[in-house]
Write a protein that binds this ligand. Structure first.
Ligand SMILES: [Zn+2]
Length: 351
C-alpha cells in the first residue's frame, strides 16, 4: 500500500474528520524520519491509531430499518435499573398515568407459518401502513414465503369460507384475496389467509390450531408469493373494517429460545382522539449504552383504528427502548421496557 493510498483510505474512514488524516500523515512522516520503512509505519499507525478510532463509527452504522429481519438478541442482558415489570404485571397499571404498562396482552393465535418458513411479518408493510402512501392501508400483515410453503390454522375453529374470492365477500373488491380461507374462532374472532396457491380445507371443516390448511401462493392482488394474514373481530367476519393488528394477537416469535415482546402505542391528544405521527423506538442494552437497533414506527392510517392503539411493533427483543416522537414541533421522549412474551402499552398525550 502506498502512502497516498493509505491516506485516501484513512480519509474515507474518517470522512467527517479530515484533520485526523493530517495528524496521522504527520506521524507516518515522523516514523519515517525515525528510520522505519513507510509500509511499516503505515501498518503501525493503522494498528495504533486508525483501528481503535473506527469502532464508534461502526457502532453508529449498526442495522437499522432495512435489516430488522435478523433480530439481535443478547441473552446475557440483565437490566441495570430497577425493573418495574414485576409490579407492573401484578397491579393495575394505567398507561395514561405511567410511562408504560406491561401485561400478558392477548396473544391467542399461533403463527400461521412454521419454521423453517419465514415467521416474521414484512416490516415494510405492517398493519395500517400505506407504505409511504404507495399502497392501500394494510388490513393485515405479510409473511413473505415461497410458493408452496405450508399454511396452518392459527387457532381452533370452523372454516367459514374456503375458495376463490370471486364475490368480494371479505373485501370491497372481487378477486382481491385470490384463494382465501376464513376461520371462525371463539368469541367472534376470525383469521383470514389470502393469496393461497392451494386450499386443503372446505367450508364447515373443524380445524385445530396448527392444522395444515393450504399453501402460500400469489393468487388475487399480490406482488410476489406471500401469505396475507388478517385477524378480524366481531360481527360475522365479513366486515373489511373489523380487522385488528395481527402483531398484537399472534404469539411472538422466539429468538434463540427467548420469546420476543411487543409494544402497542396510543398517540392521542387531550381529548383522547388518535393523532398521527412517525416516530422511532431505539433498542439499548442499557441507558448509557449506544443503541443496538432502531425501529421506525408510523401510526395506522385513519380507517384502521379498531382498538386501543394506533401503532404497534411486534417481535421486539426484550430490553430497554428509547421512544422518541415529534409532534407539532415538540419532542416527546421516554424510556420503556419490553418483556419476553409480554405486551408493553405506551400512551403519549400530545399537544
Ligand atoms: Zn397483505
Amino acid at each position: 500500500m502506498s502512502l497516498r493510498a493509505a491516506l485516501q483510505c484513512c480519509a474515507a474512514i474518517f470522512s467527517e474528520s479530515g484533520d485526523r488524516c493530517v495528524i496521522w500523515a504527520e506521524r507516518v512522516a515522523f516514523k519515517q524520519v525515525l528510520g522505519l520503512a513507510a509500509t511499516q509505519a503505515i501498518i503501525f499507525f493503522l494498528l495504533t491509531s486508525c483501528a481503535p478510532a473506527v469502532r464508534p463509527v461502526a457502532a453508529e452504522s449498526l442495522p437499522t430499518l432495512t435489516a430488522t429481519q435478523s433480530i439481535i438478541v443478547v441473552p446475557e442482558f440483565t437490566p441495570t435499573f430497577i425493573s418495574p415489570s414485576t409490579t407492573a404485571t401484578q397491579i393495575a397499571c394505567d398507561p395514561f398515568v405511567e410511562d408504560f404498562c406491561i401485561s400478558a396482552g392477548h396473544f391467542i393465535f399461533q403463527n400461521p407459518i412454521f419454521r423453517p418458513g419465514n415467521t416474521s411479518v414484512d416490516i415494510t408493510y405492517r398493519y395500517g401502513s400505506t407504505q409511504d402512501g404507495k399502497r392501500d392501508p394494510h388490513h393485515g400483515v405479510e409473511f413473505l414465503n415461497k410458493f408452496g410453503t405450508p399454511v396452518h390454522a392459527a387457532g381452533d375453529g370452523v372454516v367459514q369460507f374456503a375458495g376463490p374470492d370471486k364475490e368480494a365477500l371479505y373485501s370491497p373488491w372481487a378477486d382481491f384475496y385470490g384463494n382465501v380461507i376464513v376461520i371462525r374462532h371463539a368469541d367472534e374472532m376470525y383469521t383470514l389467509y389470502a393469496h393461497l396457491s392451494k386450499i386443503e380445507v372446505e367450508a364447515g371443516d373443524e380445524v385445530r390450531a396448527g392444522d395444515l390448511i393450504g399453501e402460500v401462493g400469489q393468487s388475487g392482488v399480490a406482488t410476489g408469493s406471500h401469505l396475507h394474514f388478517e385477524v378480524r373481530r366481531g360481527g360475522d367476519g365479513t366486515d373489511y373494517f373489523s380487522t385488528q393488528n395481527p402483531e398484537l394477537w399472534v404469539i411472538p416469535n422466539k429468538e434463540k429460545g427467548t420469546s420476543l415482546g411487543a409494544m402497542a402505542f396510543s398517540i392521542v391528544d387531550g381529548n383522547s382522539d388518535f393523532q398521527f405521527a412517525e416516530f422511532t423506538a431505539r433498542y439499548h442494552l442499557n441507558k448509557n449504552g449506544p443503541k443496538v437497533k432502531s425501529y421506525y414506527v408510523v401510526t395506522y392510517s385513519k380507517d384502521m383504528i379498531n382498538g386501543d392503539e394506533n401503532a404497534a411493533l411486534g417481535d421486539l427483543p426484550p430490553g430497554l427502548y428509547r421512544v422518541a416522537l415529534k409532534f407539532n414541533a415538540r419532542i416527546y421522549e421516554r424510556w420503556v421496557e419490553v418483556d419476553s412474551g409480554k405486551l408493553t402499552q405506551v400512551v403519549f398525550v400530545v399537544e
